[in-house]
Design a protein. Structure first.
Length: 264
């Protein structure tokens, strides 16, 4: 997964760290998941034409971390700030980023022409125990600054057949280094005190096209969430992978599916 790694130049604008690649129209903004980073969303946009804007939500990377508690309304405001500045007409949200994107759309249904929701987060704020434990484990390790604990927390995210491989070791090293240098703010743990989207019925007002991508067998992102979101968004397509380790085992198909939808 070599394109996950490296340290491309970024800049902090309006308190949010971002990286801009490509040129021309359309402009697509990419929103990462919990404790994620720009490097993790870049592969999802590698085949997307036009200008691509990757950014860090508040409390991630070099982005500012205002006092909490935070809500998905705050994350939606971050996404809106980046998208408005760039003139983005398309967006991709991964996991937590998908929740922020849906919150924005519930407030401004006509903001984007096309969106992709990859492994969407729960709209009602109720998460499975696997997700709660993962959040607590990573935030605790990051706050303690314990390299071994950080690496161990990251390794649990990997599929069994990737752990112990050169690619797995490289991924853990890269992610651990990012988290040690810029640990996610503890305020991120307060997000789920209320639903990501306060009024899910408002999503019916979305005027663009959507692609929702889910998978089977992922305890952190149950497929029911993807199915529900696809049912709430008008003109939404749903594709479900049969392998929970999508980015590892189906990366090429994932990139092609995202780019085919956004480039059409």
């Amino acid at each position: 997964m070599s394109d996950l790694f490296g340290s491309p130049p970024t800049e902090v604008v309006d308190g949010l760290e971002q990286l801009v690649t490509g040129s021309g129209e359309p402009v697509t903004v990419f929103a990462h998941g919990f404790a994620g980073d720009i490097a993790g969303t870049r592969p999802l946009g590698s085949g997307v034409t036009g200008r691509r804007v990757f950014f860090h939500f508040r409390g991630h990377g070099r982005s500012a971390a205002p006092p909490g508690p935070w809500t998905f309304g705050d994350l939606a405001a971050d996404l809106r700030t980046v998208a408005d500045r760039a003139g983005a007409t398309r967006a991709l949200g991964a996991s937590m980023g998908s929740g922020a994107l849906c919150r924005l759309l519930s407030e401004t249904p006509d903001r984007f022409e096309r969106i992709v929701c990859y492994l969407p987060a729960p709209l009602d704020g109720v998460r499975p125990e696997a997700a709660v434990s993962r959040t607590a484990r990573l935030l605790s390790a990051a706050e303690a600054g314990d390299p071994a604990a950080i690496a161990a927390a990251i390794e649990t995210e990997l599929p069994a057949d990737v752990r112990g491989t050169p690619a797995g070791h490289a991924y853990v090293r890269q992610r651990a280094a990012q988290i040690r240098e810029h640990p996610p703010a503890p305020q991120i743990g307060t997000l789920w005190r209320e639903p990501a989207v306060l009024d899910v019925a408002a999503l019916a007002g979305f005027t663009g096209r959507a692609l929702v991508l889910g998978c089977l067998g992922d305890p952190v992102h149950p497929v029911a969430w993807a199915e529900r979101l696809a049912g709430l968004l008008p003109k939404a397509g749903l594709f479900v992978y049969d392998d929970p380790a999508v980015i590892w085992h189906n990366r090429r198909d994932l990139r092609e599916r995202v780019s085919a939808f956004l480039n059409d």
